[in-house]
Ligand binder design. Structure first.
Ligand code: UD1
Ligand code: CA
Length: 457
């Protein structure tokens, strides 16, 4: 027999990801694998992990209305093949929905992962596959837990895995076993189909259990083993409480990695990151800050308390918040300052811009060192379309200005407070767009005399 490569990364591997099933306990119109953890769907988490562990082919098994699952799968692995399991008859039945893929590719290894076990890491998947190259036919991922309820129990003797017993089929002694099936499994490619075809449905749920692959392989004279994984990587998500548990586990990891890389989190537990949040060094993040997807933060940035960021890029030395809302398409240039109760969307702030207080900037570009006064609003939407506001460098926008887009304010221009700007303002001009003040001497006193006292005056 030709010697197989030792490194899992050098062997061909078909990853079969099971994403069918109703997920009824989620009580949701959204298919369970599309629920998100740290901004990324469970399905994407699993596909990213199998891809990083060296999968060369992908089969994703979805239920009858799986279009959205197929779209999400293709976003991560464009060459992934989609298979439909028309009836939910069990995990082994689901794997066989991808039978065509198994037969066609004849890969060295098969890895089966569940879309509802999203925290699995690539290194653990490689560890699971490794024994296959030593002739093991079935490797099952197991974990020790204090709370085995609901999980299949691993029946191990002398280092060999003999069977997996589902909770509903386990006898009293087996119920006490705390070494459980994580659901993930690796099968040697040359025997995988022969094993899967022999699995029957003679059990409490009348389902074709993938877990029976172990007993079938053993009966065929093949070897099965269990590979232990940390419990936190193999949390199975069946309901929203478990979804929140997985979120907490992943957030802990993301925060730890951020701190290891030079980010100060004043109160780590109150900062929520996305899997794709990119943070530089010497960043300080105060309590209660939320990062949606697509945020990039460069070195020396300070994000003050209670800020919400999504799809925003903060360049070196920016200060943002407290209470800043930075939405997709926001680019904040080096050293710029964004203060409290400021919302910014699809807007570029060049170097050194100051937007201190109570402002909305949408679909705008603001030149370097310009000062935006308190209460400035870009009126970017007329009910039908969005329009752009362009402000040059070194301009000064007085407090409580409405900029009715499309409108341009030239470099060095000055806008008087309380203006409504509807026409373009040339560079270095002063523009004031407001009603003139009228002051009538003694008039207040006269009104009081006529109408009587109010509030003690
Ligand atoms: C499964 C395992 C159990 C293990 C647990 C770990 C089996 C029989 N049981 O139980 O030993 O401890 O996971 O979380 O494998 N699916 C399909 N089609 C089906 C049935 C399921 O695609 O016909 C998919 C589901 O979408 C899910 C995965 O397979 O992603 C697991 O199914 P689920 O019903 O959640 O199995 P558990 O009861 O959790
Ligand atoms: Ca499950």
């Amino acid at each position: 027999m030709a010697k197989l490569p030792r490194n899992p990364q050098e062997r061909s591997c078909l990853a079969i990801v099971l994403a069918a099933g109703e997920g009824t306990r989620m009580k949701s119109a959204l298919p369970k694998p599309l629920h998100k953890i740290a901004g990324t769907s469970m399905l994407a988490h699993v596909l990213n992990a199998v891809s990083a562990s060296g999968a060369t082919h992908y089969a994703i098994v979805v239920g009858p209305n799986g279009d959205r699952l197929a779209d999400e799968a293709h976003r991560i692995v464009p060459k992934g093949e989609i298979f439909v399991q028309t009836e939910r008859l069990g995990t082994a039945h689901a794997v066989l929905a991808a039978r065509d893929c198994l037969e066609r590719h004849k890969t060295n290894d098969i890895v089966i992962a569940f879309a509802d076990t999203p925290l699995i890491g690539a290194a653990t998947l490689e560890k699971l596959r490794a024994p296959l190259q030593d002739g093991v036919a079935v490797a099952v991922l197991g974990f020790e837990t204090d709370d085995p309820a609901g999980y299949g129990r691993l029946i191990v003797e002398n280092g060999r895995l003999l069977a997996i017993r589902e909770q509903k089929d386990a006898n009293a002694a087996e119920q006490h076993i705390r070494f459980c099936n994580a659901g993930l499994m690796a099968l040697r490619g040359d025997v995988a189909l022969a094993i899967l075809e022999q699995i029957g449905n003679d059990n409490a749920k009348k389902e074709y259990y993938l877990t029976d692959a172990v007993a079938v392989a053993v009966a065929m004279g093949e070897t099965a083993i269990a590979v232990e994984a940390p419990e936190r990587e193999v949390l199975g998500i069946n309901d929203r409480e478990q979804l929140a548990e997985a979120e907490a586990v992943l957030q802990e990891t993301l925060r730890r990695v951020a701190m290891e890389n030079g980010v100060t989190l004043v109160d780590p537990k109150s900062v929520f990151l996305s899997t794709d949040t990119r943070l530089g060094r010497d960043i300080v993040i105060e309590p209660n800050v939320f990062f949606g997807p697509g945020v990039v933060v460069e070195d020396d940035v300070v994000i003050h308390a209670c800020s919400h960021l999504e799809g925003a890029h903060l360049q070196k030395g920016v200060h943002a918040g407290p209470f800043a809302r930075l939405r997709p398409g926001t680019i904040i240039g080096p050293g710029a300052k964004v203060g409290n109760f400021v919302e910014i969307k699809n807007t570029i702030l060049h170097e050194g811009v100051k937007v201190g207080h109570l402002t909305y900037l949408g679909d705008a570009e603001i030149g370097a060192e310009t000062n935006i006064g308190a209460g400035t609003i870009t009126c970017n939407y007329d009910g039908w379309s969005k329009f752009k506001t362009v402000i040059g460098a070194y301009a000064f926008i007085g407090s409580n200005t409405s900029l009715v887009a499309p409108v341009t304010v030239g470099a060095g221009a000055y806008i008087g407070s309380g203006s409504t700007i509807t026409d373009n303002v040339p560079a270095d001009a002063l523009a004031i767009g407001r009603g003139r003040q009228v002051t009538k001497e003694e008039r207040a006193k006269q009104i009081r005399a006529k109408r009587g006292k109010k509030n003690g005056h």
